[in-house]
Ligand binder design. Structure first.
Ligand code: CP
Length: 310
């Protein structure tokens, strides 16, 4: 790796390597092992969209790896005066940036940065538009690897909710298929599914009870009202009744099933609070695993850049 833009195009060996490297930073007491792999490197976090989990866990991960960390305040930067993305990046590169961690509202912005603007700076995708959220996918894979009771090739996984607007769903589907999951389902009303979703080799259910029957992993997705553009119809209450992950519904899944959600959660819309906070929930473990996965990906990308330079 020299950049980390997407899980698409990465093979099973690389995804497994990321999972194992990330697992190596996780100590048995839930703490994270520090490392010196980014000693002397300058990492710049450029978040053109809001974030709580991704931004913060990247910063924690960078510091755990020994990097010098700079958070650009986009709202106060000269992008607000119309400076182009390329000019902004060239200026930051001149300030000796070794790595950009970027969240951007435009799908494909990362590929433009990594391929056309600054190929010698490692670009890490922290979420671009509706396209990809590869570190979220990898922290989800690490969480499944550690928390589910079966290996990937025996697992049945249901991704539930607003698949249409979800970069997490796209990246999760790709990673799960690359890792050879046995049975991959998407569960949503037709209005929240992208056209032609079947071509990704998933089984599609618009009946929630059938869609989660016997599954080992439930991944709830946030209803993305800001991308839907108009309020969800008929109502969030109706959506919760039909597709909400409730304690009663969870009993239809395997008895050892785990419940995941990338956050932020709409409690009482896509998930009930007693499930989100219940014993089968691994939602906060996902957040902690995010630090380890981001450490692994950044260390691997920096190693790739160093080998290109030498
Ligand atoms: N899961 C996720 O990307 O959360 P944030 O938007 O808070 O980073």
């Amino acid at each position: 790796l020299c950049h980390f833009l997407s899980v698409e195009g990465l093979n099973k060996d690389i995804l497994t390597q990321i999972i194992h490297k990330a697992g190596g930073y996780l100590l048995p007491n839930g703490q994270i092992q520090n490392s010196t792999e980014l000693d002397g490197c300058t990492v710049m976090n450029l978040f053109f969209e809001n974030s709580t989990r991704t931004r913060t866990t990247f910063e924690v991960a960078e510091k755990r790896l020994g990097a010098n960390v700079l958070n650009l305040d986009i709202a106060k930067s000269s992008t607000s005066k119309g400076e182009s993305l390329a000019d902004t990046l060239w200026n930051l590169q001149a300030m000796t940036a070794d790595m950009f961690v970027v969240r951007h509202y435009s799908s494909g912005a990362m590929h433009f940065m990594a391929q056309k603007v600054c190929p010698s700076v490692a670009v890490i995708n922290a979420g671009d538009g509706q396209h990809a959220h590869p570190t979220q996918a990898m922290l989800d894979m690490l969480t499944i690897h550690r928390e589910a009771k079966k290996p990937f090739d025996e697992l049945s996984v249901a991704i539930i909710g607003d698949v249409k607007h979800s970069r997490v769903a796209r990246s999760d589907i790709c990673a799960l298929q690359t890792l050879g999951v046995k049975d991959l389902r998407v569960v949503a009303p037709k209005t929240l599914l992208p056209k032609g979703i079947e071509r990704y080799g998933v089984s599609v259910f618009d009946d929630m009870d059938k869609g989660i029957a016997g599954v080992d992993v439930l991944i709830g997705l946030r209803i993305q009202n800001e991308r839907i553009g108009s309020p969800l119809l008929p109502s969030t209450a109706e959506y919760f009744k039909m597709y909400g992950i409730t304690d009663k519904r969870l009993k239809l899944a395997d008895k050892d099933a785990i419940v995941m959600h990338p956050g932020p959660m709409n409690r009482g819309v896509e998930i009930a609070s007693d499930v989100a906070d219940g014993v089968q929930s691994v939602i906060l473990k996902q957040v902690n695993n995010g630090i380890a996965v981001r450490m692994a990906v950044m260390a691997m990308a920096m190693e790739g850049q160093r080998s290109l330079r030498n």
